[in-house]
Design a protein around this ligand. Structure first.
Ligand code: SAM
Length: 257
């Protein structure tokens, strides 16, 4: 497998997604907790936690959170933010692959936010990741995840996108282009990333991210096979809206049966 979320990409990650509203996403996650949970939620497992952009604020809101991440560079960013936090929330991070990791703990909710499930490409990988979530939560616990919605991906198709993000001493330029492999429900997204100071290129990298997109019936089936009942697929972040061919991202909620 090619290397994704390597050092240069991980260092730029929080800047690249500065406009992603993690606060509102954590509000939505808490809203889902209140709406769907049978019991108050206190322990949360964040699978594919990246740099901790959900784990950290949720822990700061009083949840006890454990984040699992396989990219050492993403995990280093997460640890760094925690180390510099003025107050220490109940938060820990572990290196691991969400398809196989085993912790001696039980949680009230498991998360896979920002297309983490889509990085699991084959059915066996998706099932392994879902089973990890199931094995670490109590019966009745919630599983919350967002993925690319197949009907919209096929309708809208990926296009080339470029972004310029100003930084303290220059800018980051990112160009992304995607190609579909519809028979495998995969989109190959090639990222070129340049970090520039006022006068020169400071670093550059390229990564190809293979992303799987999902259709509703397979999600219901995959969740069921892993021991969850699938409660809702809503547009993301407008969760109360039903997804359609214009809804690239959906939020799913499952309950451990
Ligand atoms: C788009 S990032 C999302 C990170 C974080 N959840 C967020 O919302 O910012 C996807 C993350 O999932 C991680 N990931 C993907 N597959 C994984 C696996 N099998 N085991 C552990 N981490 C994985 C990647 O390394 C990456 O950090």
């Amino acid at each position: 497998m090619n290397q994704t979320f390597g050092s240069t990409y991980a260092q730029a990650y929080d800047l690249l997604y500065l406009d992603k509203d993690y606060t509102a996403e954590c509000d939505l996650i808490e809203n889902v907790f209140h709406r769907y949970s049978d019991k108050p939620i206190s322990r949360v497992l964040d699978l594919g936690c990246g740099t901790g952009n959900h784990a950290f604020p949720l822990a700061s809101r009083g949840y006890e959170v454990v984040g699992i991440e396989r990219s050492e560079s993403m995990l280093a960013q997460a640890h760094n933010k925690l180390a510099h936090a003025p107050t220490k929330p109940k938060l820990s991070y572990c290196a691991g692959d969400i398809r196989s990791v085993k912790l001696e703990s039980e949680f009230d909710a498991a998360l896979m936010m920002f297309a983490v499930l889509g990085y699991q490409l084959e059915n066996k990988d998706v099932l392994a990741a879902l089973k990890t979530a199931r094995q670490h939560v109590r019966t009745g616990a919630l599983f919350i995840y967002d993925v690319w919605y197949g009907p919209a991906v096929l309708h809208q198709r990926p296009s080339e996108r470029s972004r310029v993000i100003p930084t303290a001493d220059g800018k980051i330029l990112r160009i992304a282009s995607g190609q579909l492999d519809a028979s495998r429900h995969l989109c190959s997204v090639h990222y070129n990333l340049w970090q520039m100071s006022a006068k020169r290129i400071v670093s550059e990298t390229e990564e190809t991210h293979l992303m799987r997109y999902f259709f509703p019936l397979e999600l219901h089936l995959l969740l069921e096979c892993a021991g969850f009942s699938s409660l809702r697929l809503g547009a993301f972040p407008e969760f109360d809206r039903d997804p359609d061919e214009t809804t690239w991202n959906i939020l799913g909620v499952g309950r451990a049966s």
